[in-house]
Design a binder for this molecule. Structure first.
Ligand code: ATP
Ligand code: MG
Length: 734
């Protein structure tokens, strides 16, 4: 055995890693070595106990975590752990169902419905069943179905306490039949179907139970009921379930995660000793004290202490900015300082609660010439199939977008040849119009293309963002194009298809994390996230991400920005009883990512989605012990913005709104922003497409100042990002 394998473990860690073949729960706070223990245990089982790698199943929370764990393991072991299964719950269920599709009563090529596909399927069905979608919003029906599936229940077992529930249960039953007919499964179904397969089919169950003697689960606090039942089935009576988790880091209750699973695990698996790891190896004392103090405000904790041998270290710096632009400026200045002092950019993370917040930060970073990388599901905007899909969306938003039109007029091929396209271009030049105008007057297949885009635009008016994307993929023929690929190109097509699915997921996440989930806002986001400013994998670059995406990671320095009421804690959380507690756990996750330096900041006013919001400091700041903090700006006892609508430089541009920002009904939202004017008397708004005589087409990505000095920042498609004085810029709205 590799002799250094156990050398760097403390006694309880060592105990956990070397436990005999029995189930265990490692309940421990952030940075106490849970993931390290889990990985080391796999290596120990293989190299010390001689357990064949194919007897081990490891479940992690993201594909990225799975990949990292495999890399770590490979470095600890003399040979590659052949046959080890490691992945996410959904990934592993998919793998099992693909192998046993016949037994699971699925077609070999079953497709996976993402949440927007699922919604469309439900809508379609409800129409057939003549169910009033005002009385039964399809989204509620989808939630009803998923909630039950996540509890392991089918329509027959669904709640039918009210007439309402009875109707939903009836749709649920029909929906499952429809999915079965069409050979598709939704996300929750992947899990449930796999669970049912194993529970019904004794032969298969016994086969896998005999195979996976060791089942290890990281981030156990975020498993839902069904996932836990699935684990129980695989574990049977003989196998060992080794779960590590932290109840204080449960941040997916909104997706049905159930911390109660930890208590059940100790009972169901007769766990005699819950191993607690209490030494934190990640953070300096002040950071850890702050995290401990914060989380104490939560109710229903399992309770554990976390200490560190490290000294207090630097105080936590707190900065109050008059507005978000200045907040970003402060952060960039500090990052430059750390960098000058010798810290690598890759050891620094800049975190925010919602994706929309990254925009201002990104601009400040670009202006300062700092390399950064945005993490999360949206890193793939440069891939061909994504660009094509976005081109459809862009053209729908703005028919004058010639680049978008050229990209897709004959993609997928619809018989419009190069010659016809050239002719269109000639006509457009001659008549001084856009290609779209020229196309509208052309005949034949070009007319059909124009009609297609028009019909997509109409459809989008009543669809949410993920639905709009699903609609485009369906009606453009893009999905079918890749689905129908056979032969040598099939593997590549499958990958492209997966990316398209991923775009749907990105949209769902975007809707979840952003107040303004209009198509425009998504497109602006997409263009900002596209490769241009993204650092390469090898470069020394700063990490930008949402707090959710930072789970499990660590950095020397961490900046948590936008600590304002309504933003973090997020305003949605105030609606639910447990909401603020979950936000507090999220804040706990954020704080505990930091090793040496922690910076907290907030702004009195913030431009979000083209509007100025006036916020007050996050309640979480009040919960941190004063002696740990160093206020860069003087702390004010009663928080009152010094900037008012009257003296704020943004104010001439936009009418201030107070939180919470009212959200238009969903059916008006999808395309609302294309007509929205937020600046009285002017047309300019963030996300707006513009044309400049010299720089060409672009999108407004920022607005600044007022009166004669008004400036807009435009991201041009080819000329890069530029600030332009409105008075002189030859800018036309498109
Ligand atoms: P999180 O709750 O954030 O997922 P975790 O409990 O999984 O954290 P790890 O990421 O495994 O914690 O460990 C945190 C840091 O502490 C890592 O850098 C790890 O290498 C280090 N570490 C863990 N145990 C020890 C130890 N015994 N000696 C030195 N460093 C350790
Ligand atoms: Mg971990």
């Amino acid at each position: 055995m590799n002799s250094t394998l156990l050398a760097n473990l403390n006694p309880p860690q060592l105990q956990a890693v070397t436990l005999p073949h029995q189930s265990a729960l490692i309940l421990a706070g952030a940075g106490s070595g849970k993931t390290r223990v889990l990985t080391t245990r796999i290596a120990y089982l293989v190299s010390h106990d001689g357990v064949p790698a194919n007897r081990i199943l490891a479940v992690t929370f993201t594909n990225k975590a799975a990949k990292e764990m495999l890399t770590r393991l490979t470095s600890m072991l003399p040979i590659h752990p052949q046959g080890l299964w490691i992945g996410t719950f959904h990934g592993l269920c998919n793998r099992l169902l693909r192998t046993h599709y016949y037994e699971a009563n699925l077609p070999k090529t079953f497709q996976i419905l993402d949440s927007s596909d699922q919604l469309s399927a439900i809508k379609r069905l409800m129409k057939l069943m003549n169910v009033d979608d005002e009385k039964y919003p399809p989204r509620d029906v989808a939630n009803f179905i998923n909630r039950h599936k996540e509890q392991g229940q089918r329509a027959a077992e669904a709640d039918t306490f009210s007439v309402h529930d009875k109707q939903k249960a009836a749709i649920f039953a029909e929906y499952d039949l429809q999915c079965q007919r069409e050979g598709v499964v939704d996300f929750a179904e992947l899990m449930l179907r796999c669970y049912e397969l194993l529970s019904r089919n004794a032969e298969l169950r016994e086969h896998y139970q005999a195979r996976f003697q060791h089942i290890l689960v990281d981030e156990f606090q975020d498993t839902n009921k069904l996932q836990y039942q699935w684990l129980k089935l695989l574990a049977g009576t003989k196998n060992a379930l080794f779960a590590v988790g932290d109840d204080d880091q449960s941040i997916y209750a909104f997706r049905g995660a159930d911390v109660g699973n930890m208590r059940e695990l100790t009972r169901d698996f007769h766990v005699e000793t819950v191993i607690k790891l209490e030494q934190n190896y990640r953070s300096h004392g002040n950071i850890l004290d702050a995290a401990n103090a914060l989380i104490q405000n939560n109710r229903n904790r399992m309770g554990k202490n976390l200490w560190t041998a490290a000294d207090g270290g630097e105080p936590i710096r707190v900065y109050e900015a008059p507005n978000d632009v200045e907040e970003a400026g402060y952060i960039v200045g500090e990052i430059q300082q750390l960098h000058r002092e010798g810290m690598d950019l890759k050891d620094i993370a800049l975190l925010y609660r919602s994706n929309a917040q990254s925009r201002v930060l990104e601009h400040a970073l670009v202006s300062a010439g700092l390399a950064y990388r945005v993490h999360g599901g949206l890193r793939f905007f440069d891939r061909l199939e994504i660009k094509h899909t976005l081109a459809y969306l862009r053209l729908m938003e703005n028919t004058d977008d010639d680049n978008a039109l050229l990209r897709i007029i004959n993609f997928p091929t619809r018989g419009i040849g190069a010659r016809s396209i050239e002719q269109l271009q000639e006509v457009a030049i001659q008549q001084g119009t856009t290609l779209w105008d020229a196309a509208a007057r052309a005949g034949g297949k070009v007319t059909a293309f124009v009609a297609l885009i028009e019909s997509m635009r109409n459809a989008a008016r009543s669809l949410s963002l993920p639905e709009t994307i699903a609609h485009v993929l369906q009606h453009s023929g893009l999905r079918a194009l890749y689905e129908n690929e056979t032969g040598a190109k099939r593997a590549e097509a499958q990958e492209r298809l997966a990316n398209l699915e991923e775009l749907g997921n990105a949209a769902v996440l975007f809707v979840h994390e952003n107040e303004d989930d209009s198509l425009t806002s998504f497109l602006t986001h997409a263009s900002l996230e596209s490769g241009e400013h993204q650092a390469g994998d090898q470069d020394d670059a700063l990490h930008l991400m949402t707090v959710h995406a930072a789970k499990g990671l660590e950095f020397h320095a961490v900046f948590i920005s936008g600590l304002e009421e309504g933003l973090f804690p997020h305003q949605n959380s105030q609606r639910e009883a447990s909401g603020v507690d979950e936000e507090r756990r999220l804040m706990y996750v954020a704080i505990t990512r930091a090793r040496q330096r922690l910076y907290l900041s907030f702004a009195q006013s913030r431009m979000l989605h083209g509007k100025v919001n006036y916020g007050v400091a996050s309640c979480f700041l009040e919960e941190l012990p004063e002696e740990l903090l160093h206020w860069i700006t003087p702390k004010r006892t009663a928080f009152a913005p010094t900037f008012t609508p009257q003296n704020n430089p943004f104010a001439a541009y936009v009418s201030p709104v107070s939180r919470p920002v009212p959200t238009p009904p969903r059916n008006q939202r999808a395309m609302a922003s294309s007509t929205q004017r937020t600046v009285s008397g002017t047309e300019w708004r963030i996300g707006q497409s513009v044309t400049h005589a010299k720089f060409g087409d672009g999108v407004i990505v920022n607005l600044e100042s007022s009166g004669a000095d008004a400036r807009v920042q435009v991201k041009f498609r080819t000329a890069g990002v530029k600030w332009l004085a409105l008075e002189y810029a030859k800018l036309t709205a498109v």
